[in-house]
Structure formats: C-alpha cells, structure tokens
Design a binder for this molecule. Structure first.
Ligand code: ZN
Length: 128
C-alpha cells in the first residue's frame, strides 16, 4: 500500500496553489501525468532504456510520427484491445495500445516479450 500525499504545507500561507514552485524540490517525487486529464501515469525514475535509448521516434503505417519515452512501469495506464506483433517497432515484442487510466485517451503502447515488458508513452501526451 502506498502512502498518500505528503503532509500538508501548513506553513501559514492559506491560499494559492503552488504547483509551479514545488517542482524543483529534490525530495518531491515527480510523476508523469496525462496532458489531457492530469491522471498520474508513471514515474520519471522508471524511465527505461531500450536498445540504448529511452526515447524513440517512429512512424506508424499511416505516416504519423510519434516520439515515445519508455518506462519499466506505467501503473496509471491500462492496456486496451488485442496485442499484435504486426508493425512492431521493437522486433520480438508484441504491442498493445495503452489508454490513460483517467480519461481513456490513447497515450502509448506496451511492448511484451515473454516475461519482459516495457511501456512506451507518447511524449506529446504526457507531462512530467
Ligand atoms: Zn488522461
């Protein structure tokens, strides 16, 4: 069971959401969120290198270009639909579309091969 939000910042200043100013605090664990709804999808510390790089750029069969960043876990995303090994970007891995667990937007793909798996999130659709 994970712990919830860290303690309140009850330092006296009552108002204003301080989202921007807290981002640089080294002790605050950052998360990767869906740009559409803000749902937490993954964590920056789970960035995963595949074939020597964590970011990859691809074109799909319709000519759409995607830049994806790979994570070893993406607990806030859910797999959607059938897996396929057709047009896989990573030979040996079958892909499944990933939807945001919050708003169901398409935010990337999982890639699985035997017991190995990683999650490629579209960088335009996530914010960390
Ligand atoms: Zn979302």
């Amino acid at each position: 069971v994970e712990r919830g939000a860290e303690g309140d910042r009850s330092s006296g200043a009552p108002s204003e959401a301080t989202s921007a100013s807290t981002r640089d605090e080294a002790n605050t664990e950052r998360v990767v969120r869906c740009t559409a709804c803000g749902h937490t999808l993954a964590r920056p510390r789970d960035v995963f290198s595949v074939n020597g790089a964590s970011e990859h750029e691809f074109m799909n069969p319709s000519g759409m270009r995607f830049v994806v960043r790979c994570y070893s876990k993406a607990e806030g995303a859910r797999e959607s639909g059938e897996s396929s090994s057709v047009w896989t970007w990573f030979p040996g891995y079958a892909w499944t579309a990933l939807a945001c667990g919050g708003c169901a937007s398409h935010i990337g793909w999982s890639f699985r091969a035997d017991e190995r798996a990683f999650f490629a999130l579209i960088v335009d659709r996530i914010v960390d």
